[in-house]
Design a protein around this ligand. Structure first.
Ligand code: SAM
Length: 264
């Protein structure tokens, strides 16, 4: 029986061969690359990735898609299917080589932000990521300071990776047709780290606090977390708002706080 797409798993399957080819060309997998696909679904991207890489790991939550995927792609040792939740998956179990994994996924949009943060936590084993996301989410990720859409997601992702929107994909490329536009995003972890965060957990708290009340001044939104003098020491205007502060500025402020011992 044909698989009924499941809303709760964010299933919108790619079916346009031209779009699939463009996406695969953008990822440009080379033989021997260690590729991990998140949410292979019915295998739209999987077949091409497997052919190009020679072997592939995939993580799929929907048990009912596993057998059809094996039938479509052959039950070969070259394809490792991990049935489970990508949000719990430890990529470090797949490799001990730093910066080796190439992550590809047309992600379930309902969990894209937590999944992104889960991937950011494992960046040391990741070489690059190519992710299809809701267009608005990609726009927020690549946004620049001073814009309305620049926020926590922009700072947290850009502090760790170079982020590029590669292409926009209309709803017609998917079945069922989603209500939103999509975009394909490339993330390449800064290596060596561009901002050298002394205390990543504190940096995350600082950025979350700054943007939790984006209409407030930094002096107010960060009160309780760091003293105003530290803002001035970092060369920042305490009257500025979160969206006016660049990625490098947040990193500098967090590092200054760590060095001053106020992060505990
Ligand atoms: N890659 C396929 C394509 O492009 O046609 C399917 C994309 S569909 C948008 C998202 C896929 O992710 C579905 O196969 C869905 O079952 C799977 N999925 C959803 N939540 C997941 C999770 N937490 N962990 C792993 N896979 C998940």
């Amino acid at each position: 029986m044909a698989h009924q797409a499941r809303k709760r798993f964010g299933q919108n399957f790619l079916h346009d061969p031209q779009v699939i080819q463009r996406l695969l060309a953008a990822v440009a997998v080379q033989p021997g690359d260690q590729v991990v696909e998140i949410g292979p679904g019915q295998g739209a991207l999987t077949a091409g990735l497997l052919e190009q890489a020679g072997r592939l790991d995939v993580i799929e939550i929907d048990r009912d898609l596993i057998e059809p995927l094996r039938r479509r792609l052959g039950d070969s040792a070259r394809l490792q299917i991990h049935q489970g939740d990508a949000l719990d998956f430890d990529l470090r179990a797949l490799t001990s080589t730093p910066a080796s994994l190439r992550i590809v996924g047309n992600l379930p949009y309902n969990i894209s932000t937590p999944l992104l943060f889960h991937l950011l936590d494992q960046l040391e084993v990741i070489r690059d990521l190519h992710l299809m996301l809701q267009r608005e989410v990609v726009e927020r990720i690549v946004a620049l300071p001073g814009t309305k859409i620049y926020g926590r997601l922009s700072v947290m992702v850009q502090a760790r990776c170079a982020a590029t929107e590669l292409m926009r994909i209309g709803p017609g490329a998917f079945k069922p047709v989603p209500k939103v536009d999509s975009a394909f995003l490339r993330l390449i972890p800064w290596c060596p780290p561009r901002y050298g965060l002394a205390d990543p957990a504190f940096h995350a708290r600082l950025v979350a606090a700054a943007f939790s009340q984006r209409r407030k001044t930094l002096r107010n939104s960060l009160a309780g977390l760091i003293p105003t003098e530290l803002l001035e020491q970092a060369g920042l205007d305490p009257q500025a708002r979160a969206e006016e502060i660049g990625v490098a500025d947040y990193a500098r402020l967090a590092n200054l706080a760590a060095a001053s011992g106020v992060t505990a």
